[in-house]
Ligand binder design. Structure first.
Ligand code: SF4
Length: 586
């Protein structure tokens, strides 16, 4: 193939010695496409077995793909690292302008290792790399302020992204996130804490390169096909109109919406916090990631009185979608949009993953209610369902690790429950806090067997909807379906395609788009590559100490009925057995 179409330059950065170098690695992009496929190869090369996630040796890998900048919705950057939250595979995807900025700066991947002696931020402007002193912004708790200051400091022309951490990342809360472009995140599994451990406050990337394409006429036609398919898709229209916030009412209707730490699955106040109400009453603007014609990012405008003077108001712009609405809303019994938005603003500002934060707070509230912990542990904060003001205080205490209890909460719900009890209502799957779908066995088995224990690994909740309508699935069929979906998602994430566009990027479209940048792969070749990437990720995870036999799923998941009925433990045991047989062949 003609590798000049590929984003094959890798930028290596050594923070310990303020050094950088560039290597051309077309072979890795030819074989593994980009994104996830390339990132797992680089992680294997760069992460020594057993390394401490907070050691300088833990690499941060950022990778984009061959379609980035060329086709709509190839908008994500894939981050890989060893997760301080689970101790094994860390993988997180983020949009904004990140992917296209990396590509236009001339890179397919960036590898960051080492630890800076002083707080630093990196400015990458095409092939100019600057290690900037970040002492004056280190200690700034808000990612919003940090973004504003860097925007003013870095003129960088061309397409620019600013990735940065808040106080949660600096203080190594294991579920700290990295924010880009104010409203997008590398949310899950603690990339923000890895930035913090390297004393890396931010990363600015801008680029002005142009991209090559071999046959402009057929490219233009294919581009138009993909574009039209995206803008005419009813599914994409849904993402544009209400966003994933639309899920609140249907999930509540079927009884799959986690309420009050999953003690319930229907919320009498669901209407009040629905996507429809949010759009009608609060929607201030919509945004899109670069090169996305959809624009699913919904920003609420929250207007509040400011100071004592009459007619003075401040308006905060706060991003919302289903997952934070679940994690900082329904699972905490919060039914007022304004309360949810204020809590969300605090979590965003400090740079925490909203899902992990919400699940941790839900566990703490139930533990408080049951008397497992008291005001002695919470420093006097009364944790009560729906009480957003006290939740804001608790968030601050987690980030500041104000005592031993909040120190434990800063390591996630699994760790906190191991120290204080309440493990059977600690909603975690192998160390990662639960997403907002109690829809049936596929959702939970999907998160449990997924390579990074994320609902986005294989979207089991989608399979549950089919079971709900159609029929029963055997454990073998279920595991097969989950793995097939997960294999295909490795291709999409290697091409850094937004998963919302998975219906647009059919195997045929993927083949054709790849053909236009020089690959000649059949659908069967693609499936094999997807399978191999998945197995590589799984092998990394087991190399770092993950054993499927150590699994634990809290009783609460089994006790609270799903829309398909009670999740059966025997079904799970059978599924694990089947998965183990498969793993032995990988
Ligand atoms: S659909 Fe949404 S998340 Fe996906 S690329 Fe577009 S704006 Fe970004």
């Amino acid at each position: 193939m003609n590798s000049s179409y590929l984003p094959s330059n890798i930028l290596y950065i050594d923070l310990s010695n303020n050094k950088f170098w560039i290597e051309e690695r077309p072979e890795v992009f030819e074989q593994y496409l980009g994104g996830t496929g390339v990132a797992i190869q680089l992680l294997k090369e760069q992460c020594p077995p057993g390394c401490d996630p907070f050691s300088p040796e833990n690499p941060i890998i950022l990778a984009i793909g061959p379609l980035t900048g060329l086709f709509p919705l190839a908008s994500k950057t894939i981050a890989m690292f060893k997760s301080p939250h689970t101790g094994n595979l860390g993988e997180s995807h983020c949009g904004g302008r990140s992917a296209i900025a990396i590509r236009l700066a001339g890179y397919g991947a960036i590898v960051i290792k080492g630890r800076s002696s002083n707080p630093t931020y990196l400015a990458i402007h095409n092939d100019k790399i600057h290690f900037r002193d970040a002492s004056t912004i280190w200690g700034m708790e808000s990612v919003f302020t940090v973004g504003r200051i860097i925007r003013e400091n870095e003129p960088g022309s061309g397409l620019r992204t600013i990735m940065r951490i808040g106080s949660a990342g600096e203080r190594e809360v294991t579920y700290a996130s990295v924010t880009t472009e104010t409203y997008r995140h590398f949310g899950r599994l603690g990339l923000g804490a890895v930035f913090g451990s390297k004393r890396l406050k931010a990363l600015v990337i801008s680029g002005k390169h142009s991209l090559n394409i071999k046959d402009k006429t057929s490219y233009q036609k294919l581009y138009d096909d993909v574009y039209q398919s995206a803008v005419n898709s009813p599914v994409m229209q849904k993402y544009h109109d209400l966003g994933t916030a639309e899920n609140i009412l249907p999930l509540n209707e079927i009884g799959g919406l986690p309420i009050k730490n999953l003690q319930l699955t229907r919320f009498e106040d669901a209407q009040k916090i629905s996507g429809e109400v949010m759009a009608r009453e609060y929607l201030g603007r919509r945004l899109a990631c670069s090169h996305c014609p959809i624009g699913c990012i919904h920003i609420a405008a929250l207007r509040e009185p400011y100071g004592d003077e009459p007619y003075f108001y401040k308006t905060s712009m706060i991003c919302y979608d289903y997952e934070p609405m679940y994690a900082l809303g329904t699972i905490l019994g919060i039914s007022e949009p304004e309360s949810y938005l204020k809590l969300m603003d605090e979590v965003e500002k400090r740079g925490l993953d909203s899902m992990s934060t919400g699940v941790v707070l839900a566990w703490a509230t139930e533990a408080f209610e049951k008397g497992i912990i008291t005001q002695n542990e919470t420093n006097g904060i009364q944790l009560r369902w729906g009480d957003y003001k006290n939740y804001i205080e608790a968030v601050k205490s987690i980030v500041n690790k104000t005592n031993e209890f909040f120190h434990a909460l800063a390591k996630g719900v699994d760790y906190a429950a191991s120290q204080y009890g309440g493990k059977e209502f600690a909603l975690s799957f192998m160390g990662n806090e639960m997403p907002g779908y109690h829809t049936g066995p596929a959702a939970h088995i999907g998160v449990f067997i997924g390579a990074r224990h994320s609902h986005l690994d294989n979207a089991g909740y989608g399979i549950d909807q089919k079971i709900l309508v159609n029929r029963h699935l055997t454990p073998t069929e279920l595991v097969e379906q989950l793995l097939t979906e997960e294999y295909w998602r490795q291709i999409l994430s290697s091409l850094t395609i937004c998963f919302f566009a998975r219906g647009v990027y059919t195997p045929k479209i993927v083949r054709n788009t790849l053909h236009s940048v020089g690959y000649d792969l059949t659908e069967n070749d693609l499936r094999k590559i997807g399978e191999e990437i998945h197995h590589e990720k799984y092998k990394f995870k087991t190399r770092e100490g993950f054993h499927i036999d150590d699994y634990h799923i809290p009783n609460r998941i089994f006790d609270t009925p799903t829309p398909i009925g009670q999740f059966n433990r025997d079904f799970l045991i059978d599924a694990v057995k089947i998965l183990k047989e498969k793993i032995s062949e990988w």
